[in-house]
Write a protein that binds this ligand. Structure first.
Ligand code: C5P
Length: 230
């Protein structure tokens, strides 16, 4: 699995994906989320893989253990490199999901979403009724994911160093919420630049609108790649 910035292909159609990927002449690491996958299905994965790109299938599964196990067993048949569940589904759900995935796919990594990067500490307290700090909640979820045997978590770059302290360097910290100084934050709340994400211990960054909505996505991707690789 590469560790170049993961480009979030938040498009509705395969035509838009093709148009976007046609701009690039290099192997990429891309993220297929629910908008694209739920409207276009497994064909999405085949089309992107034929172009030679690595794929993070970001469906954030969250259901009872048996259902997540079955879903991941099925999704494991696709040629994916990275996939995820919500840690809030619990340790049993994560362990069952991993078992399902391993039945059909020995290599894909499984990670868990901790707190979404669009969630503020106040929202977490008011809406989820979790009365700790957001850092404590994220570390708690990351420890659960680690105990369940998962390969890492999705978190904000601002939490990567804490997770590194508690769990170690090799545990994946895949971090969306990446913005350059000139970007709008949109709906994201806990954001940093690519170089700060690196300094804070992120192992991978996910970048969507900062690249896909830029007038020159290839130039913007290379700027982010360079800042990420230092
Ligand atoms: O456009 P932007 O860079 O904000 O896109 C971030 C991407 O990462 C989106 O596809 C979003 O679904 C995803 N994501 C996130 N926060 C998480 C998990 C995934 O923003 N905790």
């Amino acid at each position: 699995m590469k560790n170049t910035p993961i480009i979030a292909l938040d498009f509705a159609t395969l035509e838009e994906v093709d148009q976007f990927l046609d701009l690039f002449n290099e192997p990429l690491f891309v993220k297929v989320g629910m908008e694209l996958y739920l409207q276009n299905g497994p064909e999405t994965i085949n089309r992107i893989k034929e172009r030679g790109h690595d794929i993070f299938l970001d469906l954030k599964l969250h259901d009872i253990p048996n259902t997540v196990e079955g879903a991941l067993k099925g999704l494991g048949k696709l040629n994916i490199d990275l996939i995820n569940v919500h840690a809030a589904g619990g340790k049993n759900m994560m362990a069952a999901g991993l078992e399902g995935l391993r039945e059909t796919n020995p290599n894909a990594k499984l990670i868990a979403v901790t707190q979404l990067t669009s969630t503020t500490e106040q929202q977490m307290k008011d809406e989820q009724n979790i009365q700790s700090s957001i850092n404590e909640s994220v570390v708690h979820y990351a420890k659960m994911a680690h105990e369940a045997g998962l390969d890492g978590v999705v978190c904000s770059p601002l939490e990567s160093n804490l997770i590194q302290e508690h769990i170690g360097e090799t545990f994946l910290k895949v971090t969306p919420g990446i913005r350059l100084e000139s970007d709008m934050t949109h709906d994201q709340q806990r954001v940093t630049t690519p170089e700060d994400a690196k300094k804070l211990g992120s192992t991978h960054i996910v970048v969507g609108r900062s690249i896909t909505q830029h007038e020159d996505p290839v130039a913007r991707y290379h700027e982010i790649l360079q800042r990420w690789e230092g």
